[in-house]
Design a protein around this ligand. Structure first.
Ligand code: XUL
Ligand code: CO
Length: 435
């Protein structure tokens, strides 16, 4: 019988906006039908194994602040205890998915084959829990940034032996994701970048990254993995500069290696901010380029300039993000993964629960606002009107023609463009009606 980490807390239920029960949802009613589907199927919430169960509360100035019963995380017994607590929390929250790195779920072994064997044993341990609870794997990924072997990169390492080790690691994690029925596979390259250009050949490293991703895609298809392969952009941290800087950069990279129809993006709020963009900018661009896949939902502290991975609690921001996601047609196999951690002083088990409950409510409120924005169509109508002249056949003919033909219109038609208002303040005020 599994030990309870959360004190036999009852599953969180929806009680409505007026509820003063902390352990109840005020906004997230999983079965509420929005735009023709239950909210749970739109939002597709996932818990990140790393932040909730593996991260020990350290920061650059201090070590572990939490005391979980599965510490130290260096035995297969601790793996089991951690998995028990994880599934207990998934059931309390009623989330349909979880996400993981190999290093979060089991300790590394003394050799690669021992590490691989331990990952297999974790999969053996969680498969029955998936069966029993219905909580599934949204995505798996390999941690190729913590161990010192990765310090100069994984696929982009100057040492080809590390490239081989990265291949073995991703192969193993893809195999495990397939066994778990995972719906996506993510690659985030925290060390795929550089610390100084003085020791770096960017052209060469980019080629290595391109070959590696092609190999990953080929292998995934070969083993019958039908889920999405996702790259998670981030401009820096831990590296000074990371090659998967933002959505635009990733798209250029995918095009270069002919992978733009094979690989999509997992966009994280905090990474967008670090890149100098808004979350909705990154989602909007991915949608426009046809590579939107999934999101990591969190928020950064806007003053610190770090990736603080805080739980989301800003409804207007979340609403604009979900508005873009709805315009992309919603998630297919992607979802809302809380790549978020409680603050290091939040040391109680219930802090983990309340952080997720608050985040799920924030997302639900933002999502419902986004759905109303879409349904009422005022923003869309303003957009259609702004570009309406481009629908005319002469405008389309011009676009398909050459520079001289476009230029000739000015003389022939006596053009003298009349500027129109961008109506920004009107639109901003309109958004405030929903949030
Ligand atoms: C790091 C980050 C990662 C990825 C998965 O900033 O977001 O946790 O989501 O490796
Ligand atoms: Co992330």
């Amino acid at each position: 019988m599994a030990r309870s980490y959360f004190g036999d807390l009852a599953p969180i239920r929806y009680e409505g906006p007026e509820s003063d029960n902390d352990f109840a949802f005020r906004q997230y009613d999983a079965n509420e039908i929005v735009l023709g589907r239950p909210m749970k199927d739109h939002l597709r919430f996932a818990v990140a194994w790393w932040h909730s169960f593996a991260w020990e509360g350290g920061d650059p100035f201090g070590g572990r602040s939490f005391e979980r019963p599965w510490y130290p995380q260096d035995t297969m017994e601790s793996m089991q205890q951690k998995a028990d607590a994880a599934f207990e929390m998934f059931s309390i929250l009623g989330v349909p998915y979880f996400c993981w790195h190999d290093l979060d779920v089991r300790p590394e072994g003394a050799s690669f084959s021992e590490s691989r064997d331990r990952l297999d044993r974790w999969v053996d341990a969680v498969l029955p829990r998936i069966e029993e609870t219905g909580v599934r794997c949204l995505w798996g990924t390999a941690n190729m940034f913590t161990h010192r072997r990765w310090m100069a990169g994984a696929a982009t390492n100057p040492d080809p032996d590390v490239f081989a080790y990265a291949a073995a690691t991703v192969k193993t994690c893809l195999d495990a994701t397939l066994r778990l029925g995972g719906e996506n596979y993510v690659l985030w390259g925290g060390r795929e970048g550089y610390e100084t250009l003085l020791n770096t050949d960017m052209g060469r490293e980019r080629q290595q990254a391109g070959r590696f991703l092609s190999m990953v895609v080929d292998y995934a298809r070969k083993i019958g993995f039908t889920g999405q392969i996702l790259i998670e952009p981030k401009p820096q941290e831990p590296s000074k500069h990371q090659y998967d800087f933002d959505v635009a950069t990733v798209y250029g990279f995918l095009k270069d290696f002919g992978l733009e129809n094979e690989v999509k993006v997992n966009i994280e709020q905090g990474h967008a901010i670090l890149a100098g963009h808004s979350f909705e900018h990154e989602i909007h661009l991915a949608r426009a380029l046809g590579i939107f896949g999934s999101i990591d939902m969190n928020r950064n502290d806007y003053q610190s300039g770090w990736d603080t991975d805080q739980f989301p609690n800003n409804v207007p921001e979340v609403a604009l993000a979900y508005y873009e996601i709805l315009k992309a047609g919603g998630f297919t196999s992607g979802g809302t993964n809380f790549d978020a951690r409680v603050r290091r002083q939040s040391i109680d088990p219930e802090d983990l629960i309340l952080a997720h409950v608050g985040a799920m409510d924030t997302c639900a409120a933002g999502f419902k606002a986004a759905a109303r924005m879409l349904e009422e169509g005022h923003l869309e109508a303003a957009l259609t009107q702004r570009y309406a002249k481009w629908d005319a056949s002469e405008a389309q003919t011009m676009l398909a023609g050459d520079l001289e033909a476009a230029a000739a219109r000015v003389d022939v038609e006596g053009l003298d463009p009349v500027p129109g208002s961008g109506r920004q303040e009107r639109l901003e005020r309109l958004v405030n009606r929903y949030v």
